[in-house]
Every structure is written in C-alpha cells, then in structure tokens.
Design a protein around this ligand. Structure first.
Ligand code: ADP
Ligand code: MG
Length: 697
C-alpha cells in the first residue's frame, strides 16, 4: 500500500470504520440518519458512542471534545477525559451516547451579541453526525453545533446546516418539476482554495504587530516586491517543501484531501487547495486546515500568517470559495447537460444563482468582509467590493438570445421561443477565466473569490445557500402554478436576464471604468466592512433568513452586534499596538539617529577644519522634521483612540468612528514611520524590515 492510501483518513471515524465496527442494524440507522438528515436517537447514539470510544482508545486517545465554531471565527474545544472514577478508587473508561450527542459548555466568554445574559450563560453543543469525528493530539474530536439553552444559535455551523436543508428542499422541488423522481437530496458542495504566507519564526518574534495583530502595521516597501513575477508557481524552496510534506500528512490523516500546493504571487505566499466536498465538511476541514497550517509551520521554525493583508505593497491573501450543487445520485446541477432537457434544467439553476446574487449582493459582500479584507477588496489585487458575476461570453450570449426571443435551437426549425425541448448543447468552457471577477462561473461551479484568507467559509456558504434556496422556491412556485414547464422556464429566463442581467459583467473588474459602469447599473459598491454589516438589519435580508429558518430576527441582530464589536476590537488592538511600537521603538530609534547625526556634525566642527557638512546638516533637518511629524501623528492617534472609547455611543457609530478616524489616522502614523525607516541607520532600526522578512526563506 502506498503511503497516501495507508494514512488517508486513518484518524477519522468514517463510513468504512462504522461499517466495519458497528452492528449491521446500527450502521444502517446511522447511515439513514446522516443521509436523510434525521435527528439522532439516543438508542443509536449509545451504540455508536461505545464503538467510537473503543476505536479512539485503540488509537491512543485519552480525551474527547465537543469541537465547535463560535462566532470568534475560529474553533473552540473543551477536553474531557474518558475516565470515570469507580468506588474502589480506580477508573473506568466511559463515553455514553448522551455524552456523544450533547455536551455542555459554559459559553459566557464567547461572543453572543446580547443573546444571553450572564446568568444564563450556559450553552450546549450537539453532534453534527454529517461531519465525521476524528482524532487529533490524543483527543477524539466530535464536530458539534453550539446553541444557547433557549435554542438560539451561537455558532457558524448551525446556520450552515439549516441553509443546506432549505436549499435541498427547494432544489429537489425544482427537480421534481423537471420530471426527476429519483433525487431526494441536493447538497451544496464546496472546495476552498486557501492562500497564506510563511515567514521565519525568529523574525516574527521580533515584531509586536505580527504577534498581536497578525499583520505588519509598519514597514517600508522592500527594494524588490512581486514585480519580477518570479514567485508565482516558482519552484518550492526546500524548507517550505518539507513543511508542505508534513502538512499533507497531517491533513490526509484527518481525511482532508489536500491536492494542490503552489507558490502564489507575492514573495513568501503560498496556496493550498483541497478536493471539494459537502459544504459543512468543507467548512470543518477548512478550519482544521487553518489550524494545521499554523501548528505544522511552528515545527519547521516558521509562522503561517493567515491575515488578509500581512504586508502592504504586495498581494494579500484570500480564499476562493468554489461552490456548486450536487444531487444524491451524483449529478452536478451546475454542469450544463448534454440533452436539451438537461440544458433547460441547468439554465434554471444558473438563473437562480444570478437572481439570488443580484438581489442579495449585500449579504455576499458582508460574508466576504472582515477587518483584514478591507485592505484588499477594491485595491487592485483582489476583486472589487462590487459584486458581479462572470459568465463568459458564450453563455451570456445564449441567455441574451433567449431573452430576446431569438431562435437558438440547433435545428433552426423556426421556433421563436426556446423551449425545454429545443435548446442546443451549451458550451462547456472551463478555460475562459476572468481572474478579476468576484463571482465567476467556471464551467460547472461558481467561484466566489472575495472571501478573506482568515475567515471561516461558513457565512459565505450559508448566505449563498439560503438566497439560492429562496429563488428556487420562487421558481418552483411559478412553474407549479403555470403547469407548463416549457413556457414558464422561458419566462423565467427572460425575466432574470431583464431584471437581474445587470449583475453579469465579463470585463475587467479591476478597472476604473467598471466602478463607474456598476454605479450606472445600480449595483451596490459597499466600500468598507462596517458599512457592509449594516445590511444584516435590512428588512429584505431579515425576512429571507427568517423565512427559511436559518436565522431568527434576534439571531440576525446578535450577529450584527458581534460583527461590529469584532471590528471595533480589532482596530483598537491595532491602534494600541501602533502606539506602543511607535512610542517605545520607532521614536527612540529616530531620536538616537538624530543624535548620531548631530554628534557627527559637532565632531567634524570640533576638528577645526573647513569640511563640507551640508549632507549631515540636511540629513539632520530631515530626521528632525520626520521625527516631529511622527510625534504629532502619535499624539493624534492617541486622542482618537481615547475619543473612540467614550461611553454612550451606539455600536454602529462607534465602529464607523474607528473606520473613518482611527483607521485613517493609523495610515498617517504609518506613513511617517515608514519614511523614517528609509533614512534611519539600519543598525538602529528596532525590528526586521520587509526586505528581511519576505526574502528570508
Ligand atoms: P483553479 O483553476 O481556480 O485553481 P480548480 O478547477 O483546480 O481551480 O478547482 C479549484 C477548487 O474547486 C478545488 O478545490 C476543487 O475541488 C473545487 N471544485 C471543483 N469542482 C467543484 C464542485 N462541483 N463543487 C465545489 N467545488 C468544486
Ligand atoms: Mg481559484
């Protein structure tokens, strides 16, 4: 057996382990529970838990944990040992069905956006049996959903599971109308491509900004950046290659199918792509991938930076969320079919995505937002903050022709409308790529390219699933009511092209012209994350999430508060770190350098010769002026941070103040410091520079 097939999934309590180890009847029940999304009964859980415990203990596990995804965006776990004390002072190894399906967590320290008052701080976790349990660091991990005792969601998994359910329900309805009686479940599939930076740990340790905020808050451009285009797909350096090999092993053991790894555009930047799977497993796997990227890097003396913009002036990192719909008999619903009938079905699903993305662009913009991604979106390295869809010229043309009532049937039989039975084969073009589009159709899936590298992909997918479910429901209602599939499909396509066609844009998304054109088309251009958060309170968004039971209004409100608070805290930490570094490291370095130059002038003068000291004098002037500027910007930032924390403001205004005042002032302080970095004696500069960090490995 090859190394890969030996280790792949070896630490996962997966289907084949269950089939092998569970009694036949239990295996059948749990399979049914997973496939049909039924609630897990305690009876099955008792058998599964005991089997799971034995398997885990054989593999060396001593603890178990209900692993969940609170609103912090990272994962949380509380470890319990399998042991239970007995009366004779010994212990037995125990893990009951109840412990498998339900855990208790004191959730008081997790963000809840006011959902729970502290005396009701308890939350509970419930096993998501559609995502398999696994072993990591001698602990059995049970993927779980996290709720408050009153049932409100406190995590990112619950809404994702709910959104998958409503999407399945409505997609199956549409398939039935197309005469498909077999399919009983439709799942959203996701393959997230993950970008990251790798830097030397010794250099990382010398920078407080990297330690506290994950990004550099200061740093002049290195003489070399990414302009030579020599890093992209470049040969992978030995140290990085050893890291990647180690990482692959760890991922494979957990059944994560890491497939491609390559160097990205910026120096020290890399990418990893797994093979796609169901949206909830992909989300769990992406969280694990991010954790492993960090922990495996440390073993190699490296630090993995997942921040969206760790270095100014070179590309930042994102995550491409590839998304499609798959039936339980293996059809990809976004794959243009071979027969006219399949084509029509494909076009309906395609139109559902187009309409959903146009009508709820604000929710997707929000899903892609976080404080880090504000540095990227619309900054000519990542898609603009304007959502648009790339379809490719051919597909766009076909939609336009159908909308115009033109005959596009293969046999040109003279029919003016395109019925289900007359559609020609659709182009299967996967090469036609537009790297500047935020939401691109890539042949058989959509690629949502705005997502930030550090973000959980849960929200991108729960919003996407829900809004597509909503439109599919509308389509199903219409087709049902009309009773004539052919005519109604035609009407729907026409209407979507007319009403939502504005969202389709096949040109260069980075160009200035597009910004103007998008405005003309009435597409929203939500420039900052804080502004994007506001859409959580829009009636249309509240009602669509409520209607499909993904979020209640209360839950949406709590997420609004949590998101704003997260923004405020992030910028506050960044500002305080800047103040600390500039006061205690940069300013002293600048002053020392000034003194050094001043001394040189005095020393030359004291020699009593008539030497030209104009260079020294000029430099001293320059250093003194920049030092004064730096001090001024420090004082201003200090004042703004104090003002930002004044009590009695609503959270939105406070977040906006951080964005328009504190964040902007941070830019000014940085500019002054970066200018100093360019003239101060390198020996005096208090931390490693971009040149040191980016070209070290
Ligand atoms: P790129 O050219 O953008 O690097 P690839 O075609 O290699 O893209 O695929 C990128 C990602 O898309 C991979 O993670 C892949 O598994 C995923 N992907 C492919 N097909 C689907 C699908 N039907 N649903 C979801 N993701 C998919
Ligand atoms: Mg991609």
């Amino acid at each position: 057996m090859s190394h890969l097939s030996e280790i792949f999934g070896s630490n996962v309590f997966n289907d084949s382990i269950m089939r092998e180890r569970l009694p036949k009847a239990t295996y059948k029940s749990i399979r049914k529970t997973i496939d049909e999304g039924l609630p897990l009964t305690l009876e099955i859980a008792e058998v599964v838990s005991s089997c799971m415990k034995d398997w885990a203990i054989e593999k060396g596990a001593t603890h178990y944990t209900h692993w969940f995804q609170p609103m912090t965006g990272i994962t949380a776990e509380k470890h319990d040992a399998f042991i239970n004390p007995t009366e004779d002072g010994k212990v037995i190894l125990e893990f009951s069905g109840k412990e498998l399906i339900k855990g208790e967590a004191d959730g008081s320290s997790f963000p809840s956006g006011g959902l729970r008052v502290t005396f009701e701080a308890r939350g509970y976790t419930a096993w998501d049996c559609t995502s398999p349990a696994f072993i990591k660091n001698n602990t059995l991990y049970i993927p779980t959903a996290f709720c408050s005792y009153t049932g409100e969601t406190l995590d990112k998994k619950t809404p994702l599971l709910r959104s998958m359910e409503c999407l399945s329900k409505n997609a199956v309805r549409v398939l039935r109308l197309f005469g498909n009686e077999k399919v009983s479940k439709v799942t959203s599939t996701v393959g997230p491509e993950q970008e990251y930076f790798l830097i030397d740990k010794k250099l990382y340790d010398k920078r407080k900004d990297l330690i506290f905020t994950g990004r550099t808050l200061f740093g002049a451009k290195a003489p070399k950046g990414q302009e030579m285009e020599d890093h992209y797909y470049g040969s992978i350096k030995e140290r990085v290659s050893a890291f990647m090999k180690d990482l692959d092993d760890e991922l494979w053991k957990l059944g994560i199918s890491a497939k491609t790894e390559h160097n990205e555009v910026a120096p020290a930047q890399h990418e990893l792509a797994p093979i796609f799977t169901t949206a909830n497993i992909a989300t769990d796997h992406n969280q694990l991938t991010m954790e492993l990227l960090k922990s495996v890097a440390l073993r190699h003396g490296l630090v993995c930076l997942l921040h969206e913009k760790p270095f100014a002036g070179v590309n930042g990192s994102g995550k491409h969320n590839n998304w499609s719909l798959s039936t339980n008999d293996g059809q990809n619903l976004l794959d243009p079919g071979k027969t006219p009938h399949e084509n029509a079905q494909f076009l309906i699903f395609l139109c559902a995505v187009i309409k959903a993305v146009d009508e709820y662009a604000d929710l997707l913009r929000l899903a892609a937002g976080n404080p880090g991604n504000d540095h990227r979106l619309g900054a000519n390295e990542a898609p603009p903050a304007i959502i648009s869809i790339f379809l490719g010229d051919e597909l766009t043309k076909i939609l336009d022709q159908i909308a115009a009532g033109e005959d596009i049937s293969a046999n040109k039989a003279g029919k003016l409308t395109v019925g289900v039975s007359t559609l020609p084969a659709l182009p299967k073009d996967t090469t036609d790529r537009n790297r500047t589009s935020p939401f691109a159709f890539t042949g058989n899936k959509f690629e949502f390219r705005m997502v930030g590298s550090s973000a959980s992909i849960a929200s991108s997918n729960f919003f996407l699933n829900t809004i597509v479910a909503e439109v599919l429901e509308q389509f199903a209602d219409r087709i049902e009511k009309s009773g004539d599939l052919d005519t109604e499909v035609n009407n729907i396509i026409k209407e979507v092209v007319k009403k939502n066609g504005r969202i389709i844009f096949n040109g260069n998304g980075y160009s200035e012209d597009w910004v103007a054109e998008a405005e003309k088309r009435g597409l929203p251009n939500i420039k900052s994350y804080v502004e994007a958060i506001k859409c959580l309170m829009d009636e249309k968004n509240l009602s669509v999430m409520e209607k499909h039971k993904v979020f209640s209004r209360v839950e949406m409100h709590s997420r609004y508060e949590i998101s704003l608070e997260k923004y405020i805290k992030t910028i506050n930490i960044e500002a305080l770190t800047m103040l600390e570094m500039s006061r205690r490291q940069i300013l002293p370095a600048a002053i020392s350098f000034g003194a050094q130059v001043a001394n040189s002038i005095n020393q030359i003068k004291s020699c009593g010769i008539d030497a030209d000291i104009s260079a020294n004098a000029e430099l001293l002037q320059e250093v003194a002026a920049l030092t004064a500027q730096l001090k001024k910007e420090i004082t201003l930032l200090d004042e703004k941070v104090a003002k930002a924390q004044e009590p009695d403001q609503d959270t939105f205004s406070q977040a906006m103040y951080y964005r328009t005042e504190v964040f902007v002032q941070m830019g000014r302080l940085r500019a002054a410091a970066d200018k100093l970095e360019c003239i101060v004696d390198a020996k005096l500069w208090p931390f490693p520079t971009y040149a040191d960090i980016l070209f070290n490995i």
